[in-house]
Design a protein around this ligand. Structure first.
Ligand code: ZN
Length: 338
């Protein structure tokens, strides 16, 4: 009970990419880069296990960014034709690639690092993919009729990818949908349907991660506009609870989300974010335990997987791994007390 996991990303080693930067350029190229990505993946898996994390991830070491890492393997996305667009409902601007023709995978995108991660551990393995709604929010569209049409095209590609990851031995496939916290109506209208397409026919566990983002300045400013009580989850969780997705990863640590909202997930396994990724202060195991305990008031401990609030890619490595140790130790404290 209370097996621990992480939301997804971890900082990369210095020899792979510049630390402390999102979208950091690779420090190597060609064959050296390909090998280094796999080395970093194996290292991140070993480090997670050493910290006591039960369900480990590839740490997203082989991708530059959690969305564009998948897009580099998709034909129809023109990375040379970038448009500056406001994403997450204009929270920030980014130079986004353009969809110029029918989308098609040119081959497996993430199989190599999934295989490396699988070979590096006997722990359960989770692999993250960007969700369809979040993908299309990070792209310009010059080909599809509308964004829903484009999202469903991506959902089909994600399904092909997810089936391959499952065949490699991945135990949990997680779709990252921070956009669900921005476009709540659309998440209910078509976002969950798109997740169903992406997860169609999978035997591995399926998860969706919905968060308030990395601890970067644009997100911190956005959170300041959300007031004292963040109720975005309230609009999406009832529909999500009726969906076929089995696990929901959400923020609970140092968050203004009213904790009772997680009680809306009556049938799901809940990945309780007990580590704040927007702060460099490493939690104590007791703080982590208190967050998990608080969550057990609304969700049975049997359905709780202690987790991080979000990814840790922009963090210093020692901070990130210190937080993972606190997560594992805090979960152990709760296990002992139950
Ligand atoms: Zn997140």
């Amino acid at each position: 009970m209370l097996e621990t996991t992480i939301a997804g990303s971890l900082p990369k080693p210095l020899w792979l990419a510049k630390p402390g930067v999102l979208w950091a350029p690779w420090a190597l190229e060609g064959e050296a880069l390909a090998v280094a990505k796999l080395d970093a993946t194996m290292l991140s898996v070993a480090e997670q296990a050493r910290c006591g994390i039960d369900i480990v991830s590839d740490g997203e070491q082989a991708r530059q960014h959690f969305v564009h890492g998948f897009l580099v393997g998709v034909e129809g996305v023109d990375f040379n034709k970038k448009k500056r667009i406001g994403i997450r409902n204009n929270r920030y601007e980014a130079d986004c690639p353009t969809v110029v023709s029918e989308l098609r995978r040119t081959g497996p995108v993430h199989s190599a690092e999934a295989k490396a991660a699988r070979a590096a551990t006997t722990n359960k393995l989770k692999f993250t993919l960007p969700g369809p709604m979040t993908i299309i929010d990070t792209l310009a569209n010059e080909h599809y009729r509308d964004k829903v049409d484009m999202a469903m095209a991506f959902a089909r590609l994600l399904n092909e990818e997810a089936r391959e990851l499952e065949a490699v031995g991945v135990d949990v496939i997680q779709f990252d949908e921070p956009a669900f916290n921005v476009y709540m109506d659309e998440a209910v209208q078509w976002g969950i349907d798109a997740l169903h397409v992406a997860s169609e026919g999978l035997r591995s566990a399926t998860a969706v991660h919905i968060c308030y983002g990395y601890g970067i300045e644009a997100n911190i400013k956005w959170k300041e506009t959300l007031g004292q009580s963040w109720r975005q989850y309230e609009q999406v969780f009832p529909a999500l609870d009726r969906s076929r997705i089995q696990q929901v990863s959400l923020e609970c640590a140092a968050s203004k989300v009213p904790l009772e909202l997680i009680g809306l997930l009556k049938t799901k396994t809940v990945l309780v974010g007990a580590i704040d990724v927007a702060s460099d202060v490493v939690e104590t195991p007791e703080q982590v335990a208190a967050t998990i305990h608080a969550a057990t008031k609304f969700v049975d401990a049997e359905r709780i997987i202690p987790c991080t609030n979000c990814g840790m890619a922009p963090m210093a490595r020692e901070t990130a791994y210190g937080k993972l140790r606190a997560l594992a130790d805090g979960a152990a404290l709760v296990r002992k007390s139950l």
